[in-house]
Write a protein that binds this ligand. Structure first.
Ligand code: ATP
Ligand code: MG
Length: 562
């Protein structure tokens, strides 16, 4: 996809957005207009079992965005019903990521805060004859469940009396029964075409320590009981989630009806899938644990923390999420669209600096040794307020090897024998002599600078079409550049039937040494840079006194070819 096409896509979307509402906005506007709700309350409900990724960002931007647009609020709710996979490390990273994206929640809640209420709900269902303790083995239970085309059957445990169910359920709670020996099931309909309605398990025994409730419980509600009911407990008006929850909606509504509680309404949209990456936390975790990447925040990861370390800005991610809108059917988004938005933002805000990654020595023979001239260069021509900086210019400099060509075509405007080129922010130089090593490789150029040709004060009258970047050979800082490529070799990783790790691109990280102008010694993690004619870069947190490391966020142009 070309940048031009992307640009059009990016722009037309804005116009489009102003014109039309998405289907959830239409529903909200109707609900507010009819007086069904006075204000709205949405929620973002992550399971703290991994770091957030760009798909979650889509959900965050949607939920918080709706509340911002309609003057409501959003709860951050940790769906922490599974005591085994959850960790406070994940809770902290999730909060950081949501804040970094630019959103504030009105309440920080935990599904585990509702364990008492959920337990009461379970007893209420039992008392209504709508739940029973089942001691069937899980294999047998699966068999009795039937198949989508064959109805399931109830077993003898479903006939238990309310009193027995209550007594045994309380024994379960009190730790009187071993793990796996029995479960509590909702008594709904074993013949339903929706398999989730066939007497789903709602409580199980698990002698596990929970990161918040400690050892208080040895029974835990199943996700389906906790998730939908948490929305109701918080009086979430519009509970927005991804399409895989469509079949769960019937079950959530059943609980709401039977428990006679606040009727949250669920609306579903398509998950965001991005090309050349995976988006499941389980798979991302595998990449981390099996050392395919350096961590959850490896700059190749589609995690928010990875994108942040890679140099993405919150705005670029929000713009991207806005642009893709919400779909009713699953689709795969072209990763160049995400790159379009970061390039667009960085173009406006980044400081232009000079870094040479493949150096060719150039001696400027009419500058005396030891003489240093300070060149003042604007930081960002797109931003008048960004100021300027000093770059030292002297007798020996480096330019990129590819900016010199011996047998250059006529239209080659960089340096060639006898040719001229402008050194960015400094002088025009002319190439007088090409020095080669024994193998014939060019190892040095001897040039002279043209007097009175300094940038901004050029009265030399010399015509010069090309401008190249450079650094002083003595006044520079060596830096390590980390250049990233796609993490996977195939665009649609999910479509692959084998192990997704077969598709990992072994060459997704390339490390090169480069020479940067001295100002980069003072770079901070927040600074955004355009290395002139090369790409956008950001300092990496692995940098230290001895080594300055930069991550390439994205190239200057969309050079990705399918
Ligand atoms: P994963 O499959 O990555 O583990 P998940 O759905 O299990 O994701 P949760 O922590 O449960 O992760 O997700 C929190 C919220 O983010 C849910 O409302 C979920 O629907 C939404 N979400 C997760 N992945 C995506 C995605 N790819 N696109 C849009 N929303 C997503
Ligand atoms: Mg989930």
């Amino acid at each position: 996809m070309s940048t031009g096409k992307n640009k059009k896509k990016g722009m037309s979307s804005k116009e489009e957005k102003e014109r039309s509402l998405n289907f959830i906005e239409e529903i909200i506007e109707a609900d507010l207009a009819s007086g069904k709700h006075d204000s709205i309350l949405t929620r973002f409900p992550p399971e703290p079992n991994g770091y957030l990724h760009i798909g979650h960002a889509k959900s965050i931007c949607l939920n918080f965005g709706l509340a911002n647009k309609y003057g409501g609020g959003t709860n951050l709710r940790f769906d922490d019903t599974n005591p085994v996979t959850e960790d406070t490390e994940y809770v902290d990273s999730i909060k950081d990521d949501v804040k970094w994206l630019g959103f504030n929640w009105v309440n920080e809640f935990y599904a585990s805060d509702y364990f008492d209420t959920l337990y009461e709900y379970a007893e209420k269902l039992i008392n209504k004859g709508l739940a029973y303790v089942d001691e069937t083995s899980s294999e047998e239970m699966a068999e009795q469940k039937g198949t989508p085309t064959e109805p399931g059957k109830r077993n003898k445990f479903s006939e238990r009396s309310i009193e027995d169910n209550l007594r045994i359920f309380r024994e379960m709670r009190d730790g009187k029964h071993p793990e796996g020996s029995m479960v509590l099931r909702a008594k709904i309909d074993m013949t339903s075409s929706n398999m989730l309605m066939r007497d789903p398990i709602i409580y199980r025994i698990k002698f596990a320590h929970h990161h918040r409730t400690g050892d208080k419980w040895c029974i835990y509600p199943m996700y389906d009981l906790a998730h939908g009911q948490s929305d109701s407990i918080e009086h979430i008006t519009h509970s927005v989630c991804t399409l895989e929850f469509v079949p769960h909606r019937e079950l959530y509504n059943w609980f709401i009806e039977k428990l006679e509680i606040f009727p949250s309404k669920q609306y579903e949209f398509a998950r965001l899938n991005l090309g050349y990456t995976v988006m499941s936390k389980r798979k991302l975790k595998q990449l981390v644990e099996e050392n395919y990447v350096s961590g959850w925040d490896d700059p190749r990861m589609p995690t928010i923390s990875g994108l942040r370390r890679r140099g993405y800005t919150p705005k670029s991610i929000r713009d991207f999420c806005d642009r893709i809108g919400i779909a009713k059917r699953d689709n795969l988004i072209d990763v160049s669209l995400l790159e379009f938005f970061i390039r667009d933002h960085l173009n406006k805000i980044s400081s232009r600096v000079m870094v040479v990654s493949d150096p060719l020595k150039v001696t400027i023979t009419n500058i005396p040794e030891g003489h240093v001239e300070n060149c003042e260069i604007d930081n960002n021509p797109e931003d008048e307020e960004s100021g300027s900086r000093i770059v030292p210019f002297d007798r020996v400099i480096y330019i990129e090897k590819e900016d010199f060509m011996e047998d250059a075509p006529k239209k080659y405007f960089r340096l060639k024998p006898d040719g001229v080129v402008r050194l960015k922010g400094a002088y025009i130089i002319q190439c007088d002599e090409v020095i080669k090593d024994a193998s014939g490789e060019v190892i040095e150029l001897k040039c002279h600078y043209i007097e009175n040709s300094k940038s901004g004060q050029d009265t030399s009258g010399v015509k010069c079409k090309g401008v190249i970047h450079w650094v002083s050979a003595t006044h520079n800082v060596p830096v390590e550049l980390r250049l990233y490529d796609r993490l996977f070799k195939e665009e649609d990783v999910n479509a692959y039937e084998g192990d997704f790790k077969d598709l990992i691109n072994e060459n997704s990280l390339q490390i090169v040494t480069a020479y940067a102008e001295p100002s980069l010694k003072d770079a901070t993690l927040e600074d955004k840079f355009q290395f002139m004619r090369q790409g956008y870069y950001v300092l990496d947190k692995d940098s230290n006194e001895d080594k300055i490391i930069f991550n390439r966020t994205v190239g200057l142009r969309d050079s990705w070819k399918k």
